[in-house]
Design a protein around this ligand. Structure first.
Ligand code: GAL
Length: 420
């Protein structure tokens, strides 16, 4: 079923596009909706702007602040419904299919064929970028979500060692607490709560459990004993966060680890973009390790831009130039060095990338072979937006209400999984 907000969208948008009869000229303008406003994110976004401008076009920035993109998606919907879609918008995962089904996205097969995208992308990615066999979006990167970021100084002060499983995580957390350091930097927003939750589920339950419970939404897995343990552990993580966590932005949580106010953060590798933007070096000023218990697994989050149907020829040309630029090796390198992610384009030279990125790239390849490559629910890769939203709400209610029993949370999550 299509979400209610999109129902009359096609008619309105097509009518509005039809009234625009703008003059064609070579240089076009591309309005780009994204939510990359934090330090590393903004640097990465400006690399995209540079690419477009180098081709003689102009970039109209349409940044909507708010990690995880919830705010950006709300604004995008209202813009498209009022017939004023941007040329490109950061839309990811199954949502691409929902938008394409509305008939508002452009077919960019000509660019994809000319540039041989089918050969340059992992199939698991190119499949998501296509609607009924035609490319409607272009991928930018591959983020790994199941990371733990740590401040080595804080660990030293606490005499703690980097954890490899959840038992060790709590030993380290306890030691950090005793040393007067906030053990876990957390931002209490739904998508951040779920980012932590899915890493706990993956690390404790393994990839089979993760797939069954969070991707297939299998009632037996959602109601079973592993999920009970996941929820108990998730609640225990909360007890090591500080009282100012509610509402905090993810990059402010990362800043706590950068400054040594906090010891660890469970976050995807856009957090590395923050460390790097602050001039910090991996292995020296900060550590990146897999989220406890998930070293061999890879929770993926692929950022992509969907291209909206436009009438103005110069803008269509600019839009296609943008799509081609995104897949170029040069852009893939500079963008991902800033963003913390790895290139989505295959066979890239990673010489300039750090050890966190190299380890991410190796695990990406190995996990794809072993079946341990799983989509992130928190980042819109796994299930349609309506179910993902309901699951996130249920998980955050539990996180925010210390009096809610695990059993009650578990049945709320199982009920949320049925939302279509
Ligand atoms: C993710 C997105 C990343 C990063 C993060 C925080 O959903 O895929 O690119 O921006 O949100 O904003």
């Amino acid at each position: 079923m299509k979400p209610a907000f999109l129902t009359s969208l096609t008619r309105t948008a097509v009518a509005a596009i039809a009234v625009c009869s703008c003059a064609a000229s070579f240089a076009g303008e591309v309005e780009v909706l994204h939510w990359w406003t934090a330090g590393g994110e903004a640097k990465a976004a400006s690399a995209l702007k540079d690419q477009l401008q180098a081709k003689g076009h102009s970039w109209k920035d349409f940044a909507v602040a708010g990690g995880g993109g919830d705010n950006a998606m709300t604004v995008l919907k209202s813009r498209v419904v009022s017939g004023n879609a941007p040329a490109a918008a950061q839309i990811k995962g199954p949502s691409l299919q929902e938008w394409a089904a509305e008939g508002v996205l452009a077919n960019i097969d000509d660019v994809a064929k000319a540039e041989q995208w089918d050969k340059l992308l992992p199939k698991v990615v190119s499949d998501v970028m296509k609607y009924k066999g035609n490319y409607i979006a272009v991928p930018v990167n591959v983020h790994r979500v199941n990371w733990l970021w740590a401040n080595p100084e804080a660990f030293k002060k606490a005499g703690a060692k980097l954890p490899t499983n959840w038992d060790e995580f709590f030993v380290a957390a306890e030691a950090l607490k005793k040393a007067g350091v906030i053990p876990v930097a957390h931002g209490g927003q739904n998508w951040q709560d779920f980012t932590t939750f899915e890493s706990v589920a993956l690390g404790l339950g393994g990839t089979d459990f993760y797939q069954k419970a969070l991707v297939q939404l299998d009632p037996a897995a959602l109601n079973g004993p592993t999920m009970t343990k996941v929820l108990e552990t998730f609640r225990k993580v909360k007890s090591y966060t500080d009282k100012n966590a509610p509402g905090r932005d993810w990059n402010l949580a990362t800043a706590m680890v950068i400054k040594g106010e906090a010891g660890m953060q469970l976050m995807g590798d856009w957090a590395k973009g923050e460390f790097v933007a602050a001039g910090k070096k991996p292995g020296k000023d900060f550590a990146c390790v897999a989220a406890p218990g998930s070293a061999k697994a890879f929770t993926f989050n692929v950022d992509s831009f969907a291209l909206f149907k436009l009438k103005n020829e110069a803008n269509v040309k600019a839009q296609k130039d943008l799509a081609a630029a995104i897949m170029s090796p040069q852009f893939q390198e500079v963008f991902n060095l800033n963003k913390g992610s790895i290139p989505v384009r295959l066979n890239m030279d990673l010489a300039k990338f750090d050890d966190c990125a190299k380890s991410s790239a190796a695990t990406f390849v190995e996990s794809a072979k072993s079946g341990a490559l799983v989509p992130s629910v928190a980042h819109g890769m796994a299930v349609p937006a309506a179910a993902a939203g309901a699951l996130q709400d249920a998980v955050s209610q539990f996180w925010n209400d210390d009096k809610m029993s695990v059993a009650s949370a578990q049945s709320k999550i199982a009920a949320a999984a049925k939302i279509k």
